[in-house]
Design a protein around this ligand. Structure first.
Ligand code: SF4
Ligand code: SF3
Length: 544
């Protein structure tokens, strides 16, 4: 076996990528990612055993740990050199921390040494996922680690806006350290998995607060999906601070800015409406980029996942990365000491390239985050009471390449007229351009935003529970049919479980990292299920 990775939904045969990732990740990259995670666990062990006060850390150590986790998320970073540099940097930080305390019996992760790429690869071969022999312990350790990756991504976004909650960083250290601890039982790790969900809620609340404080509350917005005549830049990923800087720097240059994939919800924020050159959304979810980037013609800025290895050098020459993303041969833009990123090279390139080809026209409507939906609460509650709305369906999460995901389009199309879809994340592209009409003026698809805005859906559910004076969130007429792909979806799922949501159906396949016994625990405790045919599932959900 050359490598082993089973962290995403598209893992080979549903069990693990062993030769090369379906995502395009090669053996060397997979191993460097394994070693980076191992190094971060070593740092965590020193922090926990040494009882270090993380609020006293200098030099952005806490942020760098978040970034280290973030860059290993599926499709975030394909640049081996970036991982080699990160490993070296984290080992230097680890060794400095270790020198500041005196602790006996540290784990190898806190002490190992490597001095070259070769030695890194050699070390990585013995510290990957399969180093944990017990299948259930491995499954739980990985579930926690993937949840932490998603948590780190959201914490990093918040920190980019100057917001942090050190209790979240402290939990990340605690949980990472515990994934090295052989004395913990499977039950201990189940408890830690649920605690990861608790911190998942906290981090999404933190990010929601940071976004809305800085950019305002998302509001109902019609987003153009056609094109204009000017040269343009396409921005994708989830980082709204990068978008803000790009919009500022493109002002008055004659270059338009379009969003792709998970950047679409940026249009819903009041702060971005003032930019006339913020033209609209181009294309669909991440996996369609291979075709859509060709017809876009202009430069593309990746702020976070999901990158698909480009097919041609022409497209590659137009790709720029920043933050935790990276791709070999593509220019990576780093901030200066004040956090400012210089996008002038991207803007200059845009001016030399043709305007995008129009691939569709019209508009889509979104902006139904918690504040906007709660502003409509009376209307929504009346519609439920009168029976005009029988059920809400949370169809949120990630999109992906698998053909079986046409299930979600068909499911949305076949839902009865008295149902409303609540969505967030790039999963929405499977149905957000369908004309499903409205119920007494309430659109039948309510898009709350990015994957992290699944938090909004939880807030809406909790408020409805209060409004209907129910004891249990599961008594609400809400069904959860969630699509997942990468590790942010893992933290969203764990957060929903922590909030007590039961009967979640997860598709298009259940995670390969869940062992049969761990799956059984989730079924017994939360009645989690997979998906079947559209007809069978529709009947099952509507009978609930
Ligand atoms: Fe395979 Fe997914 Fe891992 Fe890529 S991220 S190597 S597709 S399991
Ligand atoms: Fe999508 Fe990659 Fe998960 Fe933010 S952009 S939801 S998959």
């Amino acid at each position: 076996m050359k490598m082993f990775c089973y962290q995403c939904q598209e893992t080979a045969k549903g069990t693990g990528c062993t030769v090369r990732g379906v995502c395009g990740k090669k053996e060397e990259l997979a191993k460097l990612q394994d070693l980076l995670i191992y190094t971060l666990k070593g740092i965590a062990e020193i922090v926990i055993k040494g009882k270090l006060d993380i609020s006293k850390f200098t030099g952005d150590t806490n942020y760098k740990v978040l970034s280290g986790l973030f860059m290993t998320i599926t499709n975030a970073n394909f640049d081996e050199n970036a991982f080699e540099d990160a490993i070296k940097e984290m080992i230097a930080i680890r060794d400095k921390l270790r020198e500041s305390v005196s602790i006996d019996n540290l784990h190898d992760a806190a002490t190992f040494t490597v001095d070259s790429r070769e030695s890194m690869l050699e070390k990585a071969a013995s510290v990957g996922i399969l180093a944990t022999e017990n299948e259930d312990v491995r499954s739980l350790r990985e579930t926690i680690t993937y949840g932490l990756k998603g948590m780190a991504a959201y914490a990093e976004h918040a920190k980019n806006m100057g917001e942090e909650d050190l209790a979240i960083n402290a939990f990340i250290y605690e949980a990472l350290a515990k994934t090295l601890d052989d004395s913990l039982s499977a039950d201990d790790l189940v408890a830690l998995t649920l605690k990861t969900g608790e911190y998942g809620v906290k981090v999404m609340a933190l990010l929601d607060g940071a976004h809305t404080a800085r950019f305002g509350n998302p509001e109902i917005t019609e987003v153009d999906i056609g094109t204009r005549k000017n040269p343009a830049i396409l921005i994708t990923g989830h980082d709204l601070v990068d978008l803000e800087q790009l919009l500022e720097q493109t002002k008055g240059t004659g270059v338009d800015v379009y969003t792709h994939g998970e950047m679409l919800p940026a249009h819903y924020y009041p702060a971005f409406k003032k930019y006339d050159h913020f033209a609209g959304n181009y294309g669909n979810a991440w996996w369609k980029q291979l075709d859509e980037f060709v017809s876009f013609h202009g430069p593309i800025l990746f702020t976070t996942n999901c990158i698909v290895p480009p097919r041609s050098d022409e497209v590659k020459s137009r790709i720029f990365t920043t933050g935790s993303t990276g791709y070999p041969g593509c220019k990576h833009i780093v901030p200066d000491e004040n956090g400012k990123k210089d996008f002038s090279e991207i803007i200059a390139l845009a001016k030399t390239l043709p305007a995008p080809d129009e691939i569709e026209s019209g508009s889509i409507v979104g902006g139904f985050a918690h504040n906007q939906v709660l502003a409509l609460a009376d209307k929504v509650i009346d519609a439920v009471k009168s029976g005009a709305i029988k059920k809400f369906f949370v169809l949120a999460g990630c999109d992906g390449r698998m053909k079986s995901r046409t299930y979600y389009t068909e499911f949305a199309q076949k839902l009865p007229q008295d149902t409303v879809i609540l969505t967030a994340g790039c999963a929405k592209y499977r149905y957000n351009k369908l004309d499903l009409g409205d119920i007494d003026g309430i659109p039948r698809i309510l898009d709350a935003g990015q994957c992290n805005d699944c938090y909004s859906l939880a807030v809406i559910a909790l408020k409805l529970k209060e409004a209907f004076e129910l004891d249990d969130i599961n008594e609400l007429p809400i069904a959860y049919n969630i699509a997942w792909y990468e590790q942010k979806a893992v933290i969203v799922l764990l957060a929903l479980l922590y909030l007590g949501v039961k009967n979640i159906h997860l598709g298009p396949t259940l995670p390969g990292f869940l062992s049969p016994n761990v799956t059984k625990v989730l079924v017994d405790k939360f009645n989690i299920g997979g998906i079947d045919t559209v007809e069978a599932d529709m009947k099952m959900f509507l009978d609930q």
